[in-house]
Structures are given as C-alpha cells and as structure tokens.
Design a protein around this ligand. Structure first.
Ligand code: ATR
Length: 265
C-alpha cells in the first residue's frame, strides 16, 4: 500500500518537510510520499481536506498561517494541541480528522538532545507568538524558577504570561535586558529571518542559548548572544516531524541528525 501524507500552509516553497518525510519513509521501509499543498487562503482549506480524504491520505501537517484555523475542521483535538491552542499534525482516521501538536514534543527533544534542563532555572523567552506558546506548554510541565517574557508588543507578552503556571515578568521590547543575567535564553521570535539584524541584547553570558530558528550557517540570534552552549531549532523540526510520522504510521523514528543535516542543507 502506498502511504500519502501532506502539508498545508502558505507559502511553502522553502519547506524542508518533504525531504524530511522522504527520509522517514526510507528508514522505516514504508512505501509512501509527502506532498505540499500551498493553500493561498482559508476558503481553500475544505477543498484540500476533501482531496486528502478522497485519496486516502493518512494525515497532513499544518504550518503558518493555519495552525489555529485548522482546529475548526478537526473532529477531535488531543494532548498538547489543547494547551497550545494550535494543531500542526492531523491524523485522518476512518474519515475523522484528529488534531495533535507535536511542536512541544519537538522542543522537549531539542533540549534533551543538548542536555539542557529548564526546571528551576532563570529563563528569558524572547517573543510571544505561536512558537512561544509551545515553549510555555513545555515549561508548565518543567517549571523554571522564574521566566521573563520579552516581546515587542507587551500586550501579547502579558497574554502569554497568563498561561504560565509559575512566576513570570513581562518586559516591553529587549532594551531592559541589557546587563541582566539569565541561565537560559530562548528565542522564539522571527526577527532576523528577513533582512533585519538581530540586535545585540547585551545579556551576560548564559549557560545556554536556544534558538527556535534554524539555518545552514549560525542563526542571527545565536551569532549575537553570549552563551556556553548554543543550539538552533533544526533538531526540533526533525523531532516534531518524526512524531507526526509516528502518529500517521505507527513507526517510531530515531533520526540520524548528522545525516539529515548533510542531506537537507
Ligand atoms: P510564530 O508562530 O513563528 O511564533 P508569530 O506568532 O507571528 O510567529 O510570532 C512572531 C514573534 O516574533 C512575535 O513575538 C513577534 O513580536 P510581536 O508580538 O511584537 O509581533 C516577534 N517579532 C517578529 N518580528 C519582530 C521584530 N522585527 N522585532 C521584534 N520582534 C519581532
């Protein structure tokens, strides 16, 4: 049997997911494929779901900007998707759409693979968007001593803080971080992905800096931060994908990160 899986989002031209899932199909010995459906607006989502159902897709991933929108089409929502309020993986089972969020799992594996623990630490989180919500969901299970949320739009920072089950402070922008000391610095912003520079935050040397962004070369955030250990978000991408693959096919993957980095970039 040929296994079909898909991805919806917009734009998708730079997506690494097809290469990633081809690798998963390969190593698990399954015959299947993963294709991108670039959906330009929300009105096209039902048609795309109909195609997935018609051609017996096992499921699909959901990326920006539809991770929240897709919830209304799901028959059930499970686990972390409920806490994050976003779905990045849909399993099509007997014609029903079951929504999951595997980003929280991806983030936990990212930290685990670098031997970084956030429990009891002084942590600063830059950004308060969708990716930050997955970080908070993880932190609610692995409470830091105190979390500082720094975000350009302070209202969004405050809203995010209301989901935290531990002590938080919220800062407007990044200026007041200068000269501060944190154990762990996490970047969940999209700042630096375009042509803008990532500012020098002036934070004292941290134990670890974790960027949810990834790049072949060092990411703009990691290039500008002082930390003993620096990790980017590539392993998170791989682990969230492997969990989606497992939900669809039942096959658990132990990804070879070095091989993937060599093949993907
Ligand atoms: P994602 O789903 O990837 O988290 P998002 O929800 O759009 O994407 O969130 C992007 C985050 O990056 C937000 O915290 C955003 O700050 P605002 O809440 O003020 O919009 C932050 N961000 C994006 N561009 C930025 C910039 N140029 N300077 C500072 N923060 C920026």
């Amino acid at each position: 049997m040929y296994i079909n899986a898909g991805l919806i989002g917009f734009p998708l031209s730079h997506s690494l997911s097809p290469t990633l899932h081809s690798y998963f199909f390969n190593v698990s010995g399954l015959n299947g494929g993963y294709c991108c459906f670039e959906v330009p607006n929300t009105y096209e989502i039902p048609n795309t779901i109909d195609i997935f159902k018609k051609f017996s897709f096992v499921g699909f991933n959901v990326t920006v900007p539809y991770k929240t929108e897709i919830i209304k089409y799901c028959d059930e929502i499970y686990g972390d998707a409920l806490n994050v309020g976003a779905v990045n993986t849909v399993h099509i089972k007997n014609g029903s759409l079951i929504g999951y969020n595997t980003d929280v799992f991806g983030f936990s594996k990212l930290l685990e693979s670098a031997n970084i623990s956030l429990a009891g630490k002084k942590v600063v989180l830059l950004g308060a968007g969708g990716a930050a919500k997955a970080v908070i969901t993880y932190l609610n299970k692995n409470c830091p001593n105190i979390l500082t949320i720094a975000n350009r739009t302070v209202e969004k920072g405050k809203k995010l803080a209301s989901f935290c089950q531990f002590e938080t402070e919220v800062l407007k922008g990044f200026d007041s971080l200068k000269g501060c000391q944190y154990d762990i610095i996490i970047n969940s912003t999209s700042l630096g992905l375009g042509s803008e520079q990532f500012p020098d935050l002036g934070i004292k040397q941290a134990e670890a800096a974790v960027d949810l962004q990834y790049k072949t070369s060092v990411t703009p955030f990691l290039a500008n931060v002082d930390a003993v250990t620096k990790i980017d978000g590539f392993p998170m991408l791989v682990w969230q994908g492997s969990k989606a693959f497992e939900i669809w096919t039942g096959h658990k993957i132990q990804p070879d990160m070095d091989l993937l980095i060599k093949n993907i970039f």
